[in-house]
Design a protein around this ligand. Structure first.
Ligand SMILES: [Zn+2]
Length: 269
């Protein structure tokens, strides 16, 4: 069976990972712009990164028959200096023209500061202006519930944004109900340590149902697992769930959400 990993940072992964993912059934990925493990010192550093996400990485994925799309933004961790963040935002529109870019992301909050919130609002406005999908990163651990609410309030305050076109990622047991209730999509991230395990993600799908939920690895340069989506699929299989249900959350749902972007032309087969 095929699957999609709709949130993974392949710029931080090896080509062996592409090979292993392809062998496990991965046919398509989307890669959000994020904090690369260090603060970039100039706007040109971001420009090179955005070029990597729109030109180089799609070709590398293509060698393993994996269809590749990306999201562009300045991430919350590097958005605490407003004048620098605005310079980066000023170069984003040229990358939104790329046929590989499906939206603005992953935007959100890191330490929930005023500056971060202001830059978040400006990037939400950018998504509205250019009619882009939005992918949201929610903070970790104890700040998660508060940060998730602050972000949803900021998006909700912009009446030009359709909640159907927004996915709030790294949802957990205590945030998923509110995300879905407010009309957004929810992402469950499977991580070896923090975030969800395959078992917890399967529990959440059992409790809240399979609609408007996608599963991803958010695999990056840290301790993470590029094969965590197939591991979640196996967990669901072990529990006796149907192939149809497993396919819906790990293949059909990402296609349904992403197809709202006219750039996304991976069709359900
Ligand atoms: Zn991420």
């Amino acid at each position: 069976m095929k699957y999609i990993d709709p949130h993974i940072h392949m710029v931080s992964r090896t080509t062996d990972d592409y090979m292993a993912m392809a062998q496990a059934g991965c046919v398509c990925i989307t890669e959000p712009a994020f904090w690369n493990g260090f603060d970039r010192g100039s706007v040109e550093g971001f420009r090179d990164y955005f070029l990597q996400l729109t030109e180089y990485e799609p070709r590398r994925a293509g060698k393993y028959h994996i269809d590749y799309y990306s999201w562009i933004c300045i991430n919350p961790k590097e958005a605490d200096d407003p004048s620098f963040a605005r310079e980066v935002i000023s170069i984003i529109p040229e990358f939104l023209e790329s046929q590989r870019v499906v939206g603005i992301g992953e935007i959100g909050l890191n330490k929930n500061t005023k500056n971060e919130l202001m830059i978040l609002q400006e990037q939400i406005a950018l998504a509205e202006e250019y009619d882009q999908l939005i992918l949201v990163h929610t903070p970790h651990l104890e700040d998660k519930l508060k940060g998730t609410r602050l972000i949803m309030d900021a998006i909700g305050a912009n009446s030009g944004i359709n909640p159907d076109k927004v996915l709030i990622d790294h949802a957990e047991e205590h945030t998923v109900a509110e995300i879905l209730d407010r009309g957004y999509w929810a992402g469950l991230t499977i991580y070896p340590n923090t975030k969800c395990t395959p078992q917890r993600a399967a529990d959440i799908v059992e409790i809240y149902g399979p609609d408007r939920i996608w599963i991803n690895s958010a695999s990056d340069w840290g301790q993470s697992d590029p094969l965590s989506v197939p591991k979640m699929r196996f967990e669901m299989k072990q529990r006796g769930h149907s192939e149809e249900l497993i396919e819906k959350v790990t293949y059909g749902n990402p296609i349904e959400f992403l197809s709202q972007s006219e750039k996304f032309n991976y069709y359900y087969e």
